[in-house]
Write a protein that binds this ligand. Structure first.
Ligand code: AHR
Length: 499
């Protein structure tokens, strides 16, 4: 019997809804086909946006969407993507398959998508190959309400009202595809570019995101923060609202990442062990951030995370299309629990990527669409959005093979604004179920509802069997003397809602 202790009276932080964020890049079939099919498509759409995909994402509770990249962002020139579609410039998508990008999905389309989804916009600007003027004009075009060259141009293109852009990234992976810069070099450019990201509307300030480290590059974090904050004048306070972190779970090596669907138990534990490394990364980067920002005003923004496999056999290697099994579900559940537990520092996270690329929540094939196990994890976790993280601790035992052991159980707990306790708990074991007894401090359990996602480790939803992996009502629990007892099935993600 494993004991879970929950004290809803010890409040540990606010879980920003943006921790449950997503990422969409001009890459493979993510934007084109996955989301946007154009106004002439026979696939049901509203202004070119697939109805089925938009509806599913709304149901899942999408709070924020990042766009247009990724690596694509530092080659994207936003003016090529506005105005009449027939006049839009075509370009080569050099990073992703060398295909022709016709720019038919641009600023207006993205902002319309966010409106249809009812989510916040997170735009990544081009620092690698774009100018300060270009970035500053994009902000003016998006957000200025008045008479100005860019606001006038926006009105000519059919949108007189400005939009709200809550987050703006000043470059992407500038240590790599975004310009191969040194931390000092990038940090100086960040200081300059961010100067011209004006807040035209004081009520709707733009959160500026600085390019942070790749995985465990602690030197990048340290040097960027030092260059941005040491010996800087007072007026630069607040010039950075977030620092990004990218970390992908790669089961094998970058050369041979492994198959999404064909793996054994050893690879299962190895993958989950690699995912759990996120905890150390967050802790160590946060410790460096504490030196420069002890009040935690700057968010750690994990704006690319998820599992990265070899592409599905027979698909374009530049399109990063992969299937999604229960292993992906566990990877999602573990990461989201980690982000919840670090919500004092993590203010946003964006899984890569939303549709048809890497660890997607949705896959499409022509007019068909399916929801992946990862989708259902976001669905089960959605009550954590805007809730309060509370103190919890679960007893565990280590399982798996020697070099890559993992704890058998992994949880996080929050209380929402109506006083409902939400527990999300993962069973990392491939074949063992566990009995758990939960102890609540000063809490009266009146009503318990639970939902579980469980299947065999390599089960997935395909276009032949789109509903193979689905959440179901979970009934294997009892409440005795204010203790919640349950048996968590092997290989599962479980959600309790307790009033
Ligand atoms: O998500 C795919 C790519 O991974 C992104 O374009 C890039 O930022 C990262 O290397």
């Amino acid at each position: 019997m494993f004991k879970l202790y929950i004290n809803p009276n010890i409040k540990k932080g606010h879980i920003n809804k943006e921790i449950y964020g997503h990422f969409s890049e001009h890459l493979g079939r993510c934007i084109y086909e996955g989301i946007y099919v154009g106004e002439d498509s026979t696939i049901p759409h509203i202004n070119g946006m697939r109805k089925d995909v938009v509806e599913a994402l709304k149901k899942m509770g999408i709070p924020v969407l990042r766009w247009p990249g990724g690596c694509f962002a530092d080659e994207y020139h936003w003016k090529d993507g506005i105005g009449p579609k027939e006049n839009r410039k075509k370009m080569i998508n050099t990073h992703w398959g060398g295909v022709v990008e016709d720019n038919s999905f641009g600023t207006h389309e993205f902002m319309e998508l966010c409106e249809q989804l009812g989510c916040e916009a997170y735009i990544s600007g081009n620092l690698g190959s774009g100018t300060v003027q270009e970035m500053s004009e994009w902000i003016e075009y998006l957000t200025f309400d008045g008479v100005s060259p860019m606001a006038n141009l926006r009105a000519e293109n059919g949108h007189s009202k400005p939009w709200r852009v809550k987050y703006f990234g000043v470059g992407n992976e500038n240590w790599g595809c975004g310009g191969n810069m040194t931390p000092e070099g990038y940090a100086n450019m960040y200081r300059c570019y961010q100067t011209y990201i004006r807040d035209y509307n004081n009520e709707q300030k733009i959160n500026k995101i600085c390019c942070g480290p790749n995985s465990d590059d602690y030197a990048w974090t340290k040097t960027v923060l030092k260059t941005c904050f040491e010996n800087t004048p007072e007026h630069l306070n607040g010039h950075m609202n977030g620092l990004s972190l990218h970390y992908y779970t790669v089961p094998g090596s970058w050369e041979h990442k492994g198959s999404a669907t064909k793996f054994d138990e050893e690879e299962w534990y190895k993958t989950l062990n690699k995912t759990l490394y996120m905890e150390e990364l967050v802790r160590r980067h946060s410790t460096i951030m504490d030196e420069y920002d002890p009040q935690k005003k700057i968010g750690l923004i994990v704006d690319e995370w998820g599992i990265w496999f070899d592409v599905e056999p027979g698909t374009n290697p530049g399109f990063l299309y992969q299937q999604n099994t229960m292993r992906d579900a566990l990877v999602a559940g573990i990461n989201l629990n980690i982000f919840n537990k670090h919500c004092d520092r993590i203010k946003m996270a964006n899984i890569a990527q939303i549709v048809n690329v890497l660890q997607s929540v949705i896959l499409t094939e022509g007019e068909k669409m399916l929801l992946t196990p990862t989708y259902y994890v976001f669905y089960l976790y959605k009550n954590h959005q805007e809730a309060t993280l509370v103190d919890s601790y679960i007893e565990t035992t280590m399982i798996g093979k020697e070099d890559h052991q993992v704890p058998n159980l992994h949880e996080s707990v929050s209380v929402d604004k109506n006083g409902v306790v939400n527990i999300t708990i993962n069973n990392l074991s491939v074949n063992e179920s566990y009995e758990v007894e939960s102890y609540f401090t000063d809490w009266n359990i009146q009503q318990v509802k639970a939902t579980v996602l469980t299947a065999r480790m390599d089960d997935y939803n395909s276009f032949d069997q789109p509903e193979k992996v689905q959440p179901t009502e979970f009934k294997d629990f009892s409440v005795v003397d204010q203790k919640l007892k349950f048996t968590i099935p092997a290989c599962s993600v479980l959600h309790f809602e307790i009033k």
